[in-house]
Ligand binder design. Structure first.
Ligand code: CA
Ligand code: CA
Length: 241
């Protein structure tokens, strides 16, 4: 499977750099697909793989969690989860107190399992105040990235609020910045997997893809300990064995 051709990627990257100078400066902490993308009101336009929602590092590699912090402590009554891509993976919701102790508020099958996208509503059986809510996702059970755009907490007092801060078990934003700079989301998904790199001198290198950046790939050669930093402009294409 051919996954990236850097002869065109280099041009796209250069175009992005030019574009950046013209864009208004955005909050640097809002990384594409970072957990922070699940804070605030919904801002993802339609269903799809869109960077204004949180995405885990891998599509289906492990079970994931998303921890949300709210400014106002309330007795939780309902949670509205805006699931914008491959929804249906939520299996458990807990309240987390300041000491880190968790209380299960809901457990079951996400109502959006097998849907295209939507807003999942979860009735919570909370009986004490909390400002932290943790979502557990069975990501392997729902193929593809299970992306969450926003999470609204409704208290028993009728108050409604969007998350102020968020953290997660993993995030696609961890893929060394290549995602936002040169769009190598597809390549980043192959991190820590075996790849074959074809170079512009007709040679190939086989190994484990350790990381990707705007200018280099880092590869651990098959059967050896040494790491190779391969200039992307020497790479013609990469395949998975
Ligand atoms: Ca998944
Ligand atoms: Ca969002």
């Amino acid at each position: 499977m051919k996954i990236q051709d850097f002869r065109t990627a280099g041009l796209i990257w250069a175009a992005c750099l030019v574009g950046l100078a013209l864009q208004p400066v955005q909050a640097a902490e809002m990384r594409a697909w970072g957990p922070e993308q699940a804070t605030g009101a919904p801002n993802t336009q339609g269903p799809g793989d869109i960077q204004t929602a949180w995405a885990s590092l891998t599509e289906d590699g492990m079970e994931e969690w998303l921890l949300l912090q709210y400014s106002q402590s309330v007795v939780p009554q309902k949670l509205r989860v805006f699931e914008t891509y491959n929804p249906g993976a939520v299996v458990k919701i807990t309240a987390v107190n300041d000491a880190g102790r968790e209380t299960v508020l809901w457990q079951g099958t996400d109502p959006l399992r097998n849907q295209a996208s939507g807003v999942a509503e979860f009735a919570l059986n909370g009986n004490s105040n909390t400002r932290q809510i943790k979502l557990y996702l069975d990501s392997p059970a729902v193929p593809g990235w299970n992306e969450i755009d926003a999470v609204e907490l409704i208290g028993k007092d009728g108050s409604r609020q969007w998350a102020k801060r968020a953290s997660a078990s993993s995030t696609y934003a961890e893929t060394t910045g290549a995602v936002t700079v040169d769009g190598n989301r597809e390549l980043g998904a192959h991190q820590n997997q075996a790849v074959i790199v074809h170079l512009d001198n007709d040679k190939t290198l086989s190994g484990t893809l350790l990381s990707t950046g705007p200018e280099f790939l880092v590869l651990r050669e098959a059967g050896k300990q040494r790491r190779l930093f391969i200039a992307k402009n020497r790479v013609l294409w990469i395949e998975t064995p």
